[in-house]
Design a protein around this ligand. Structure first.
Ligand code: SAH
Length: 463
């Protein structure tokens, strides 16, 4: 490391800013936001800086820089566009051991300013040693999107309990575990979601129980989207990185599982058709058991948990056992396939409604409302329909849908393995078997499928 990272307290500290332009204005705002007592030395000020001086937020020295102005300063920033002036400031400060930053000039600076993510009191500073500020800003951008705005609230909330927790749990190691379970558990989620009253109550209870150490687990039923990791929600990603144990099935791509916290336990409860690794009832009870052991259980589901995901059944069991849970929606595969295959599910000219159905057989046959599904001006998306494609397409035709209606199958939608075959109700089953389209795939029926020729943008079509 070339620089020693610190956070400096500058409330009421005399600081000098050399320069009166736009760059100086940004630095002035930053210094004032931490309560510095700011003097700006410059022959001229921008209108905003002049206004700030007029309102008494800073003192303006209408002059050129002179070393005498440094007397008593805690920190100096040089933001003029004249390198010679900046150099003089730098040399004078370094003689007097006053920390100095020359904007965008690490060679003349004794300290550099990082890119910051401000969730005060939580602040993250990113630096590339002054070498590649753009990279620091890119990383900052990523962190901005990863760390919800509610984290500031969480940091304030936790700070408010700091002394009491310290007094209540004197042992350092136990206190650390306590904070970890608070900051990564349902209580923290409540604060982030803005339910502070509930969080305060829960915190009081936790403090009372601190001696007894009764950890309370929770289950997060999380939609992982159709397979492309970029389509995860921020919330899904965050919960994935906190989980103690993850229950997943075969719809969850390995790339997604890699994003789960490294030391989380992984349990495969997969469901290849007719080869249920674990019956649904057992999965439900396993989650209850793990949560009762105080674990944060992540139930990761392909697509959206409430769209053909049996998410409802899973949380009914949790609710019945009084386990805390949360549901995080995901992009359902129909939305993913539609977007990535260029098939808008509704379209003013072709489809005023869209229906999602399952092609899965129950008691040996497909139970669907055919009169409704064959009405014109709608799109039908069939989940779990690969093995019954032939029967499905035939049933559409038998119930009055023209055999020439466009129909497509999209396999592994949104992933690098995506393949689309498109034809009509009459020839789709044959095309699917010719190209060995296998699960997971969706069948989309309706005039909108015809738009894929024009609107498809992701990966080439198979046919
Ligand atoms: N909850 C999931 C659906 C689970 S049912 C969701 O919201 O998407 C399983 C079916 O979803 C599969 O048989 C297939 O029809 C569909 N499916 C899931 N992921 C898919 C993908 N990446 N591409 C195409 N179909 C997919």
């Amino acid at each position: 490391m070339d620089y020693f990272p610190i956070f400096l307290k500058l409330q009421g500290a005399p600081c000098l800013l050399v320069g009166g332009g736009e760059v100086a204005l940004r630095k002035a705002r930053l210094l004032l936001s931490v309560g510095a007592e700011l003097t700006v030395v410059a022959p001229e000020l921008t209108p905003e800086l002049a206004e700030m001086a007029k309102q008494g937020q800073l003192t303006h020295l209408r002059a050129c820089f002179e070393p005498a102005q440094l007397s008593g300063r805690r920190l100096v920033v040089a933001a003029t566009n004249e390198r010679e002036v900046n150099r003089q400031v730098s040399v004078s400060c370094q003689t007097l051991n006053i920390p100095v930053n020359v904007v965008d000039d690490p060679d003349l600076s004794s300290y550099i300013t990082p890119s910051i993510v401000d969730r005060s009191p939580l602040v993250i500073a990113v630096s590339t040693g002054g070498g590649v500020p753009v990279l620091a800003r890119l990383i900052r951008g990523r962190l901005e999107s990863l760390i919800p705005s509610g984290f500031g609230r969480l940091a304030r909330f936790a700070a408010g309990f700091r002394d009491r927790v310290k007094a209540g749990i004197p042992d350092v190691e136990r206190r650390r575990t306590f904070w970890e379970s608070v900051l990564e558990g349902p209580l923290a989620e409540a604060v982030i979601n803005g339910d502070e009253a509930a969080a305060v109550q829960a915190m009081e209870r936790r403090l009372e129980d601190a001696g007894k150490q009764t950890a309370q687990g929770a289950v997060y039923l999380v939609g992982a989207g159709p397979g492309n990791p970029d389509l995860l929600t921020f919330r899904a990603l965050r919960l994935m990185q906190q989980a103690d144990v993850v229950l997943h099935d075969n719809l969850v791509a390995p790339e997604l599982l890699e994003l789960v916290r490294r030391d989380a336990e992984r349990i495969y409860v997969g469901k290849a058709r007719a080869n249920h690794a674990l019956p649904q009832g057992d999965i439900n009870l396993l989650m209850v058991e793990l949560a009762q052991q105080g674990k944060r259980v992540l139930r990761l589901k392909g697509g959206d948990p409430f769209t053909f995901g049996r998410g409802g059944e899973e949380i009914e069991t949790l609710a019945a056992h009084g386990i805390a849970f949360e549901v995080v929606p995901g992009i359902t595969s129909a939305s993913g396939a539609a977007a990535y295959a260029g098939i808008p599910l509704t379209h003013r000219d072709y489809a005023q409604s869209v229906t999602f159905v399952t092609g899965h057989k129950q008691d040996g046959s497909i139970h669907l409302d055919w009169p409704a599904l064959t009405r014109p001006a709608q799109t039908v998306v069939v989940y779990m329909g690969v093995s019954t494609a032939q029967e499905l397409c035939l049933a559409f035709i038998e119930h009055g849908k023209p055999a020439t209606t466009p129909a497509a199958a999209v396999e592994w939608a949104t992933t690098e393995r995506q393949r689309t075959v498109a034809g009509t109700l009459r020839d789709l089953p044959e095309l699917m078997s010719k190209h060995h389209i296998a699960s997971p795939a969706l069948i989309i029926v309706g005039e909108v499928v015809g738009l894929a020729d024009k609107l498809g943008w992701y990966r080439t079509r198979v046919c």
